[in-house]
Design a protein. Structure first.
Lengths: 178, 252, 339
C-alpha cells in the first residue's frame, strides 16, 4: 500500500500544517511516512504545497510524479496539479473558492465548500481541517481519531484549547461532508 | 667598593611563564615590552597553568612558542572568535588574544566588535603601531593622515583612505565591556601605567567580570624607518594626538 | 540531525542564520544549554567556524551548520581546522547556486566539498545522507571519524533533507565524559608541557614533514573508510549512480524499471570523499552503462568516470537551479540508454 497526498493552496490556508498532521497520524498508525514542503518565497499569501507519502514499506522518493490524492484549496492549485493525479485517485476541490469542477473523469472528485463549512463553525481558519477530515473519510487509510490526536500534538506548543476544539469540530464536519 | 654576592637581592628576572625561546621581534620594538608585561602579569596572577594564548597573524604569530602556556594560532582577524570558542567550552581557562591593528581593526573588525558586544569574558591586547609590520610596512586602518607607508607612498590621503580608526573608542560605545583603555610605552612612567592596565584587564577576567581591551600605542622602528629613540618621540609628539591615552570604560 | 549531534556527544555549536538550515541553529539554541553545552549565534559564518576552531582545540565535540553561500565563507576556517588537525563536524544543507542562487535543494557544492574549497593540500571526509534516518547515523559517524582521524568532516545534505520530515529513531546518547581523551587539547599547561594548536611552520622542511604525515593519514582513510550502498546491482545490466536526495528518488526508479523488465541497479556513494572508486570499477566490467544523476551540471560524474574509465558508457543526467528530478525523470534517462 502506498498513498501520496499533495495538499496545495495559498500560503496561510494551512496546507502545510494539515500535511504535518496527516504525516504524524500516519506515523502513529505504524506507517512509513515522508512530509515534504514546497513554499513560495513569501511566508504568507504565496502559493504553498506539501507532499505526504504513506506506505507500509520503506519510502523511496518523497517527490511524487503522480499523487493519489490532491487537496486543492484554490484555483491555481487545481490548475497546476489536476493533470498529475493518478488514475483512480481522488481530488478534493474547495468549492467555496473554486468556481469550476474537475475536468478529469477517471477519478473520484469531491466538491466540498470547506471555507463555508469552517465559517459556519465560527472560524474560517479551520478550512484546512475540514478538508483534511473529508480526504480521511474518502481514502479510509487513517482513522479519524488518530488525525485528531496528531492535531492536538502538533498544536500542543500553543496555549489554545479553543483552537483545538474548533479544529476537532472542523475535522468532524469534513468527515461527515461526504 | 666590595661586593658581597651572598647579600645581593634579585630584583629583576625573566618571567617564569616565559620559555627560553627568543622573541622574534626587531630590536627596539615595543612588542617585546608588551609580551613581557603579559608574561609578568601571568606570573603575578598565578595563572600560567590555565592560560591559553590566542596568537594572531602578524609579528606575534609564534607567540605560543615563547610562553609556558597552552596556545593556539588563529587565522588573520579571527582571534576573538577563536577565543570565544575556547572560553565558552571551558570557562575556567584564562583566554587572551594579542592582535595588531590590521588583525583586530581591519580584517577582524566584525569578530573583534561582536566578541566585545557579547561581553565574552576574555582579555584583548591590541597592539596599535599604525602599520602592517610583518608584511613589510603597508597602510593600516590606524595609520595617521599624511603618514607614508609602502602602500600610501605619498602619505595617507584622508580623501581616499579615510582617517585612523579609534578602535578603543568604538568598543567603548558598547554596553558590555568592563574595561577599555589606551596606553603607551614611550617612557618609563607610561610603561608602568600600561603594566597596571594589562594586569587589571586580566584581573577582570580572573574575577569573571567580562570583556576587557587594552590598546597599546607602540612603535615600529623598522617600517617607520626611525631609530627606536626617534620612534618614541614620534609616539609622544604625534601619535597620542590622534589616539588620546587613558581609560575609556571602567566598570570594574 | 541536530539531536543526533547531541546524542554523539556534541557540546558546542556555533552558527549563523541562513535558509534552509535555520532549523538546526534554532534547535541548538534551545537544546545546547539544556545539556550544558555551548551555543553562540555568531556574527558571521566566518566567526562561527573560527569559534569551532577554538572549541575543538579545547577538546570538545564541536559542530557548525550552514548552507552553500555560508559554507563558502567557512572555507578559510575549514582549511585551518584541517591544517591544525582539529576534528569538527560541518553540516551543509546545500541550496541552489552559484551566488545567492535560491533556497531549493541542489548538489552544486560537490566539488567544493570533495576537492578542496579552502586553500592548501587538505582533505575533508564528506558524507552524503539520502534519508533522515541515514542522516542520523551519518552525523553520529561523522563525530567518530572526525575524532579518530583528527579531520574536519562534512555532512553534505541538501534543502530537501533539511526541510522534510519523516519519523526516526535516535541512537543511545554518548556521554561526552566517556569519550577517548584528547591529550593534545588546550586545557591549561598544568603538570605537563604546553600544547600548541597551529598550522604555521615557517621552515619548508618542517611543513613538508607535517604535511606528508597528514597525507599518510588521508591514505588510511581512503583504505578503511569508503562507504556506499548498492541496490539490486547483482544482476544489473545498467546502473544509476546518485548520492543524497537523488539516490533516494532513484530507489523508486529502480522499482519502476524492474517492473518494466529493465535490470536497473543503484550505487549510492555514502562517503563522497573517500569516493567508492573500487566498487564502481568492478561494476564497470559487468554492465554496459553507468548513468550518473545529480542536481548539478555534472560534478560527481567526474569521479565516476575516473573509476569506470572506458570500460562502460558513462552518460550524465542533471537538473540545475534547484529543480529536483522525479522518479519518472530518472526512468526516462534509463529507458533512453537501454534502447
Amino acid at each position: 500500500m502506498e498513498q501520496s497526498f499533495v495538499l496545495a493552496g495559498f500560503g496561510g490556508q494551512g496546507v502545510i500544517l494539515a500535511g504535518k498532521i496527516l504525516a504524524q497520524a500516519g506515523a502513529d498508525h505504524g506507517l512509513q511516512v515522508t512530509w515534504l514542503p514546497s513554499y513560495g518565497p513569501e511566508m504568507r499569501g504565496g502559493t504553498a504545497n506539501c507532499t505526504v507519502v504513506l506506505s507500509d514499506e520503506p519510502i523511496g522518493s518523497p517527490v511524487v510524479d503522480n499523487p493519489t490524492v490532491l487537496v486543492a484549496m484554490n484555483l491555481p492549485s487545481l490548475d497546476r496539479f489536476e493533470k498529475t493525479v493518478a488514475k483512480g485517485g481522488t481530488i478534493l476541490i474547495n468549492s467555496s473558492l473554486i468556481a469550476r469542477t474537475a475536468e478529469r473523469n477517471d477519478l473520484q472528485v469531491l466538491n466540498v465548500p470547506v471555507n463555508d463549512i469552517a465559517v459556519s463553525l465560527g472560524n474560517s481558519h479551520a478550512a484546512n481541517m475540514v478538508a483534511l477530515g473529508t480526504v480521511i473519510k474518502a481514502t479510509g487509510t487513517i482513522p479519524l481519531e488518530l488525525i485528531k490526536s496528531a492535531m492536538v500534538k502538533m498544536l500542543s506548543h500553543k496555549d489554545n484549547a479553543e483552537l483545538v476544539a474548533v479544529n476537532q469540530q472542523a475535522l468532524d464536519a469534513g468527515y461527515n461532508a461526504v | 667598593m666590595s661586593v658581597n654576592a651572598d647579600k645581593m637581592v634579585r630584583v629583576f628576572e625573566r618571567p617564569r611563564s616565559l620559555t627560553d625561546a627568543q622573541f622574534s621581534y626587531c630590536p627596539g620594538c615595543h612588542h617585546g615590552l608588551v609580551t613581557r608585561i603579559v608574561a609578568q602579569t601571568i606570573d603575578e596572577l598565578g595563572i600560567q597553568d590555565r592560560t591559553v594564548i590566542v596568537a594572531p597573524v602578524g609579528c606575534a604569530v609564534t607567540m605560543y612558542e615563547w610562553f609556558r602556556c597552552d596556545g593556539i594560532q588563529a587565522a588573520h582577524g579571527r582571534a576573538c572568535a577563536v577565543a570565544t570558542g575556547i572560553k565558552r567550552v571551558n570557562p575556567n581557562l584564562i583566554v587572551f588574544t594579542y592582535q595588531g591593528d590590521g588583525d583586530l581593526a581591519a580584517i577582524g573588525t566584525a569578530e573583534s566588535i561582536h566578541a566585545a558586544n557579547r561581553g565574552e569574558n576574555i582579555t584583548v591586547v591590541f597592539i596599535n603601531n599604525q602599520i602592517y609590520g610583518m608584511t613589510g610596512g603597508q597602510m593600516a586602518p590606524t595609520t595617521l593622515v599624511g603618514q607614508r607607508t609602502t602602500s600610501c607612498p605619498d602619505g595617507r590621503n584622508a580623501q581616499l583612505a579615510g582617517y585612523p580608526i579609534r578602535f578603543a573608542e568604538m568598543i567603548a560605545q558598547l554596553d558590555a565591556p568592563v574595561y577599555v583603555t589606551r596606553q603607551a610605552l614611550y617612557d618609563q612612567k607610561r610603561i608602568m601605567a600600561a603594566s597596571r592596565a594589562i594586569k587589571k584587564a586580566f584581573q577582570c577576567q580572573v574575577e569573571g567580570k567580562g570583556y576587557s581591551l587594552v590598546e597599546v600605542l607602540t612603535n615600529c622602528p623598522t617600517n617607520w624607518r626611525m631609530s627606536p629613540a626617534q620612534s618614541n618621540s614620534h609616539l609622544m609628539d604625534e601619535v597620542v594626538r590622534a589616539f588620546p591615552l587613558g581609560d575609556l570604560v571602567d566598570r570594574d | 540531525m541536530a539531536e543526533a549531534a547531541i546524542c554523539a556527544g556534541c557540546r558546542a555549536y556555533f552558527g549563523y542564520p541562513i535558509t534552509p538550515q535555520n532549523e538546526i541553529l534554532e534547535y541548538m539554541a534551545a537544546r545546547m544549554p539544556a545539556v550544558g553545552g555551548a551555543f553562540v549565534q555568531a556574527e558571521s559564518e566566518v566567526a562561527a567556524i573560527n569559534m569551532c576552531y577554538g572549541a575543538s582545540a579545547a577538546g570538545v565535540r564541536t559542530m557548525t551548520s550552514s548552507s552553500s553561500p555560508g559554507i563558502s565563507l567557512k572555507m578559510e576556517g575549514i582549511s585551518y581546522l584541517a591544517a591544525a588537525d582539529l576534528p569538527c563536524v560541518i553540516i551543509n544543507v546545500a541550496r541552489g547556486g552559484p551566488g545567492l542562487g535560491n533556497i531549493a535543494p541542489a548538489q552544486g557544492d560537490y566539488f567544493q566539498a570533495t576537492k578542496g574549497g579552502g586553500h592548501g593540500d587538505y582533505r575533508m571526509i564528506v558524507l552524503g545522507p539520502a534519508t533522515i534516518a541515514e542522516a542520523i547515523e551519518i552525523v553520529m559517524l561523522a563525530f567518530d571519524l572526525a575524532d579518530k582521524y583528527r579531520v574536519p568532516v562534512m555532512v553534505l545534505s541538501d534543502g530537501m533533507l533539511g526541510q522534510m520530515m519523516e519519523p526516526i529513531k535516535l541512537a543511545e546518547p554518548v556521554d561526552p565524559g566517556l569519550l577517548p581523551a584528547k591529550p593534545w587539547a588546550l586545557t591549561g599547561a598544568s603538570g605537563r608541557r604546553p600544547n600548541a594548536v597551529t598550522s604555521y611552520a615557517m621552515d619548508p622542511r618542517d611543513l613538508n614533514r607535517i604535511n606528508t604525515k597528514r597525507q599518510t593519514r588521508y591514505r588510511q582513510i581512503e583504505e578503511k573508510e569508503v562507504r556506499y550502498r548498492e541496490t539490486e546491482t547483482s544482476d544489473a545490466t545498467i546502473v544509476v549512480v546518485a548520492y543524497g536526495t537523488v539516490a533516494r528518488i532513484a530507489r523508486t526508479t529502480v522499482k519502476m524499471a524492474r517492473s518494466q523488465g529493465i535490470k536497473l541497479g543503484l550505487v549510492q556513494p555514502i562517503t563522497l570523499w573517500p569516493f567508492p572508486y573500487a566498487p564502481l570499477r568492478a561494476l564497470s566490467n559487468q554492465v554496459n552503462t553507468i548513468i550518473t544523476v545529480e542536481m548539478s551540471a555534472g560534478q560527481m560524474v567526474e569521479d565516476v568516470r575516473l573509476a569506470v574509465c572506458d570500460r562502460a558508457e558513462t552518460p550524465f543526467y542533471g537538473e540545475l537551479g534547484g529543480l529536483v528530478p522525479t522518479p519518472k525523470d530518472i526512468l526516462r534517462e534509463v529507458q533512453r540508454n537501454v534502447s
